[in-house]
Design a protein around this ligand. Structure first.
Ligand SMILES: [Fe+2]
Length: 390
């Protein structure tokens, strides 16, 4: 998928959601689903980058995350519930919506079909998903992991905010209680998976979220979950009994083993940075410090992500920055990626007035500028918002 196609799809999604506004505002539940969609898009791009996929595939994953719940909005408008069992299959409805309204944003019919298929099956039980071509199955698995990782965050945040007051609004057969329904824990511990229809309380929802750790598809997904502390946060919200302790100990073992495992899932900071870089917009902020620790920030426009994952910045008119670098300052590089997500890279800085790094950045900067040197940030830490990615 190309950046222009993604932008057009994103614009369509915004306009589509505008149709659900009343007096300019979205119902809180629609807003919850809108922000969930944006975060699933981010998660999907992170996982795709972690799998080492090409930039076009990372964007396709991001797009799948963005529109995966396209069926939710009409579902809630028409049925007043998000329970698929007695309303509509929101995955299938999402596909119908996209086919009717968004098919034109894809220049590649195979990519379009893979995305639509991922949306269609993202909410199915694993056993109910038909056999798919490998490339379609991969996108679907990635989307399912990205979705689950964020639903867990939403459940945790809702419980923390108000004991999940919205739960009965979303799923009218449930209530916001904190007791586990008898028999559910044993079923979850058996690895059989739980159905939304058998849940009754907020505690049951937390339990189902934890049981998803049996189903995560990629080591990168487990690593993301570990970094966000999802299992331990879920554990803290459930009644502390011997049974829950055993259940979580087992899941932690499974998740840690999976997180440590396997090729093809390495969450490579270089790939994450590359995925974000492709969606970069506007100038970046480059910060150094002087000998006394006083920071100095400059806007930069001439910048390039080098093959090894370092960030090269052209020195046109550096003054304080140059002095700080020559004094051994470390640096930070802050930039925005669509849709309004901040990334910050930190590390030591090298300064080149010749050589390949200098030539690379010099080549992309207009010769009307002095192009004195290349400041190259060797990325040692990477953050997105307050989340540490490296
Ligand atoms: Fe969904």
């Amino acid at each position: 998928m190309r950046a222009g196609e993604y932008s057009a799809l994103h614009r369509w999604f915004d306009v589509y959601l505008d149709g659900f506004r009343e007096k300019g505002a979205l119902h809180p539940l629609y807003e919850l689903k809108r922000s969930h969609s944006l975060r699933v898009a981010d998660n999907a791009a992170l996982l795709a980058a972690g799998l080492g996929l090409a930039p076009g595939e990372i964007l396709l994953a991001r797009a799948a995350g963005l529109v995966h719940d396209a069926g939710r909005f009409a579902q809630f408008r028409d049925h007043g519930s998000l329970r698929d069992d007695d309303t509509a299959d929101h995955g299938a409805e999402g596909r119908n919506t996209l086919e009717a309204l968004a098919a034109g944003f894809f220049s590649d019919a195979c990519e379009r079909d893979r995305l639509f298929t991922a949306v269609q099956y993202h909410n199915r039980r694993t056993s109910d998903i038909p056999a798919l071509k490998p490339e379609s199955a991969k996108l679907l698995k990635l989307l399912r992991d990205a979705d689950k990782l964020d639903i867990i965050e939403v459940v945790l945040a809702s419980v923390a905010a108000d004991g999940f007051r919205y739960l009965p609004v979303m799923l009218p057969h449930m209530e916001a209680g904190r007791e586990l329904t008898p028999g559910l824990l044993a079923k979850a511990a058996g690895g059989g998976g739980l159905n939304t229809s058998e849940l009754r309380t907020a505690a049951d929802m937390l339990l189902m979220s934890a049981s998803w750790f049996y189903d995560l598809n990629y080591p990168a997904s487990h690593r993301l979950a570990v970094r966000r502390g999802l299992l331990s946060r879920l554990r803290r919200e459930l009644p502390a009994t011997d049974e829950t302790a055993d259940f979580f100990r087992n899941l932690e073992n499974i998740s840690q083993a999976a997180a440590a495992g396997g090729k093809g899932g390495e969450m490579d900071a270089k790939e994450i940075l590359k995925a974000a870089w492709d969606l970069r917009e506007g100038p970046a902020v480059f910060t150094t410090v002087d000998k006394d620790g006083l920071p100095n920030s400059v806007y930069v426009l001439g910048m390039k992500l080098l093959e090894d994952g370092s960030i090269a910045v052209i020195d046109n008119y550096f003054h304080k920055t140059r002095e700080n670098i020559k004094n051994g300052s470390k640096g930070s590089f802050l930039f925005l990626a669509k849709p309004r997500k901040a990334y910050q890279a930190k590390g030591r800085i090298e300064y080149f007035t010749s050589g390949p790094e200098y030539e690379e950045i010099r080549a992309i900067v207009d010769p009307k500028y002095p192009r004195v040197a290349a400041a190259v940030l060797r990325v040692e830490e990477l953050y997105s918002g307050d989340e540490k990615l490296l």
